[in-house]
Design a protein around this ligand. Sequence first.
Ligand SMILES: Cc1cc2nc3c(=O)[nH]c(=O)nc-3n(C[C@H](O)[C@H](O)[C@H](O)COP(=O)(O)OP(=O)(O)OC[C@H]3O[C@@H](n4cnc5c(N)ncnc54)[C@H](O)[C@@H]3O)c2cc1C
Length: 201
Amino acid sequence: MITVKPSFVIETPIDGEFIIRHIEKCAKTCYKTEHIIGGFENAKMFVKNLIKRQHHSTLEHISISVRIICDRGVAGELVRHRIASFSQESTRYCNYVKKGIQIIHPSNLTKQQKIRREDHFWTVQDLYDLEIAEGIKPEIARGVLPLALKTEIVVSANLREWRHMFDLRVTGTTGKPHPQIKEIMEKILHEFRERIPVIFD
Ligand SMILES: Cc1cc2nc3c(=O)[nH]c(=O)nc-3n(C[C@H](O)[C@H](O)[C@H](O)COP(=O)(O)OP(=O)(O)OC[C@H]3O[C@@H](n4cnc5c(N)ncnc54)[C@H](O)[C@@H]3O)c2cc1C
């Protein structure tokens, strides 16, 4: 049993200028003005106005995939976003005997609270190992694993859906987001904002 930190990797190469230009080109089809292409500042203003007028479907022309390391609890919240697509580490097919289970602690636990949890997770590991040794398959033995189990999940979504996910999971438009999903999504939002400020400001 080891502990790991939540993290993420943006799997799709992000070229901010290409993204703005692409959305501009697609959206200008609506007005048959796609041949009128000006400077990048004009393109940014055009896309800003699309967002202001809630012409949000135009943001669906670009998708980004992000690989996220989080616990199973956070992943369970991520997969509620039906417009996105997911590929997730499977507790049916992965066997956690050899490498041992990996655990994610919430960042606000005290050292003592972490140690207390780790004692428990060692017991979980022993039980898991015992069941596998008895011939029980990983897909059944997984029943003893905790929500704190580390998982890896690739989330692919168009820019409209990413905005929606940030709205719910960082801004908290519909209620206070869970602190652990907020923590990781905030970092992803920061990265998106750096690269495509017009869309994620
Ligand atoms: C703070 C918070 C607390 C929560 N608590 C709970 C809880 O206690 N229990 C629980 O079960 N869930 C809970 N959820 C999950 C929540 O109910 C949603 O399932 C989740 O946030 C996904 O939101 P969504 O449906 O807007 O987004 P997505 O699934 O990402 O969809 C994006 C948008 O597409 C549209 N859309 C998608 N699918 C359809 C459809 N079938 N029909 C029509 N329009 C559609 C909607 O406009 C939707 O907003 C919570 C979420 C938050 C943020």
